[in-house]
Design a protein around this ligand. Structure first.
Ligand code: EAX
Length: 325
């Protein structure tokens, strides 16, 4: 009997230690590979949090799709299997349509305006809304302004897009944008190099860093600086997990993530000019002055379609349009 009790208490001791250790390790998911915009946020966050918690909190980054695509990472965060994620705003679309406000085409004129809105009360409204789908929205980092690339032809005007097979993110809004522009949009999760290489799709749209890090210059001859959507990342935590953390830990995580986000946004922006030069050097043909007015006109009515029909999304979109005019 005595022997049994010793064994039992040992087992309980071991179980308790494992639970305590596990609580200290925080899993963070990103779909992209090292060097990507998402990974720069994640790496900076890890560095800051581990330093400031004196090693009490450890961040384990799962990258390069090891947890699945962005929708799958979000599902794991929802149920608490993964604690944190740095995820492109697009795929949040099927969880909370309020994110369509950020991805509305030609909304932000420049980075300053994006920061002003997303770091202000309207951004806060979006982050709070995400709690309805099980996410604690922490802050916004960025993918950047998205540009169209393809392997078939130079695109200057919307007419040039007619019939091009363009990969889009898993987002009803993105699909509508490209349908409205006359393309044949194909939703597909990240990554997409093979599909581009094998010409299952003609083109895609993403910020400049993607073309460099994922070497799309090898397989996409034409780029048009459309800057049609400002693509944010939403840095989120699992809401159930968040609720169980003490106040001090929450503050540490929130501050480290927002600092990492600010660091990454400025890092990303500072590299864009050099990236453009590199892509040209690698042989991409870049259209720097497309007919943006024509593109803008063609998608202008998107705000009146069903995509924005919930009263909350509609009201917020109109507020943001008002403030970015
Ligand atoms: O960050 O799926 C996409 O197009 C995203 O922008 C991708 O994660 C690259």
């Amino acid at each position: 009997m005595k022997r049994f009790l010793v064994c039992l208490s040992l087992v309980m001791f071991c179980a308790a230690t494992t639970a305590a250790e596990a609580a200290k390790t925080i899993k963070l998911g990103v779909v992209t590979k090292p060097g990507s915009a998402q990974n720069i946020v994640a790496d900076k966050f890890k560095e800051l949090l581990e330093q400031r918690s004196n090693g009490e909190l450890e961040v384990k980054i799962f990258h390069s799709g090891s947890l699945g695509n962005e929708t799958e990472i979000l599902q794991q965060i929802q149920i608490g299997a993964v604690e944190l994620g740095v995820i492109t705003s697009g795929p949040f679309d099927s969880f909370d349509p309020i994110v369509r406000v950020i991805d509305y085409p030609f909304l932000f004129k420049d980075h300053q305006q994006a920061d002003q809105i997303l770091d202000g009360p309207l951004g806060a409204e979006i982050l709070t809304s995400l709690e309805g789908s099980g996410f604690k929205g922490l802050c916004f980092s960025e993918n950047g302004f998205r540009n169209l690339t393809n392997s078939r032809k130079a695109v200057v005007r919307p007419e040039d897009i007619e019939g091009l097979k363009i990969r889009v993110m898993s987002s009803a809004l993105h699909k509508s944008i490209w349908q409205t522009l006359g393309a044949n949009p194909t939703p597909m999760p990240w990554p997409i190099y093979t599909e581009l290489e094998q010409k299952v799709i003609d083109g895609q749209e993403n910020p400049l860093w993607v073309l460099e890090v994922y070497k799309f210059f090898e397989i996409q001859k034409y780029m048009t600086l459309t800057r049609h959507v400002y693509s944010a990342h939403i840095d989120v935590a699992s809401l159930n997990w968040w609720k169980e953390l003490d106040g001090e830990t929450r503050d540490l995580i929130q501050a480290a993530m927002c600092e990492a986000a600010k660091y990454q946004r400025s890092d990303n922006r500072s590299k864009n000019q050099a990236r453009l030069a590199l892509l040209k050097e690698k042989g991409m043909q870049v259209e720097e002055n497309p007919d943006i007015d024509a593109f803008r006109k063609q998608v202008a009515d998107l705000k009146d379609i069903d995509l924005f029909s919930t009263p909350e999304v509609n009201t917020l979109l109109r507020k943001v349009i008002e403030q970015t005019r």
